[in-house]
Design a protein. Sequence first.
Length: 519
Amino acid sequence: QPSKKKDSGVQFAALSCGQFQVIRKLALVTLTGYMERYCPTHRSGWNWELPKFIKKIKTPDYKDKKVFGVPLLLVLQRTGHTLPTSIQQALKWLKANALDQVGLFRKSGVKSRIFKIKGMVEGAKETELVTLFDGQQAYDVADMVKQYFRELPESLLTSKMSETFIAIFQHLPPEVRLDAVQSAVLLLPDENREVLYTLIVFLNQVSECSMFNQMTANNLAVCLAPSIFHGGIISPRSNSVSPRRRKPTGLPDPRELCETKASHECLTFLIQNYRSVFMIPNEKMQRCKFSHLDESRPVTLDTLGEDIQLHDWRGYLYECTTAAIKEGREKSRGWISSPSLDSHVDISYKKIGDGHPLRLWKCVVEVEAPPMEVLHHIVKERQLWDTDLLKWRIIEQLDEKSEIFQYVCGGQSITDYCVLRSWNTELPRGACVIVETSIDHPDATLLLLGGVRGVVLASRYLIEPCGSGKSRIVHLARVDAKGRTPEWYNKSYGHICSHYLSAIRNFFKHVTQGPESKV
């Protein structure tokens, strides 16, 4: 029993955004301490802090690119997924078809075929992805995956943190490396950390079949380190010995050799120990002394609204409905406009002064359907507008228009939600409101497909008629999907909400024959 307890902990994916914020601060202190203690003086300038706003540089135009050479954050904003679904599909295909291929990731594919696969990946539609790699050669697909990571504008381990990971394996004693590596992984941007986890889990599966494919964790690390570490770290440095002064010995630079070896050791360590690296030990969790707001736990139905002196859950829903109408109709008090990738959807956010780090997001769109139809589509047909929805069920019908609803969303991780959901269709001027909030329910303790339990702090839809049989949807959302920092939500969650409204709008879009009217 004691040994089990010692090995247990909390996965990164299960941390609330408040917990993640606290854990990252501890990681920064931990890593800085190790670096200052063990690194040589010329290497100990570890005075960097948690990422802040970087000075603005001209952003390249990625309009004509979908997959290769596109930053992970932009992929997330465009699609709702950090890793392009085509690359996810390539990893799935390799796992299903290529784990027995000798020298996978070591043997080169054929350049012309890889070029063709890249073109297919760049131009593929979502509906074509499942069969995209059928009939392809395993070595070609594996090389294409390596090229994807090599062509990222910022390497997967980032230019800033690549040096840190390498320093850990050059200077830190083995007994503190797990703690140091975990701290460094925590300090990566959320999107890089998520993709790293996906890749490392896959590489671990490849290495477990090394008796067939001869690709041990170390062999994989040698082949893939150049693709995921920052190029300048494990290749000759511009600020080392000047090319003119370097003696033409024909031997590699010793410093470069040392860094390359450390990068191989680091990636080998990640592949072999990913479960421990991506899990916070219970002892460290207890040291953090999280507040109630940090943990962000839903309450039971019976206690809903108690802290704001409301009679019961019905009183709570009434207050939420009133607030949704007010926030949906007021012009711009407190709302800050945010850029939208869909010209039909307006995105804005508001900072709520309750101590919780998450912002409240607001997305607005017009759809070609009356409010009642839109309400039915949102409540009863989520599978048509949320492509990540995997499974759902009604746990308890409270009354004609209120229920306890459990649903599971996929993507790169599985998140299970249990919400009190209610809708009101008897509002003035033909408007409708949907209110959702997470609750703790005894019949939902079992997660339908595993994964983690997400928290819907607030989800509201105000649907109002706006003439000619159309409706205006205002969606308010404040959701902790777990496993990310508040920065991730600040940069991407408005776009994710926007995707939902775009899908709802497209569902009701009327296709007209002939030229578009100018009237």
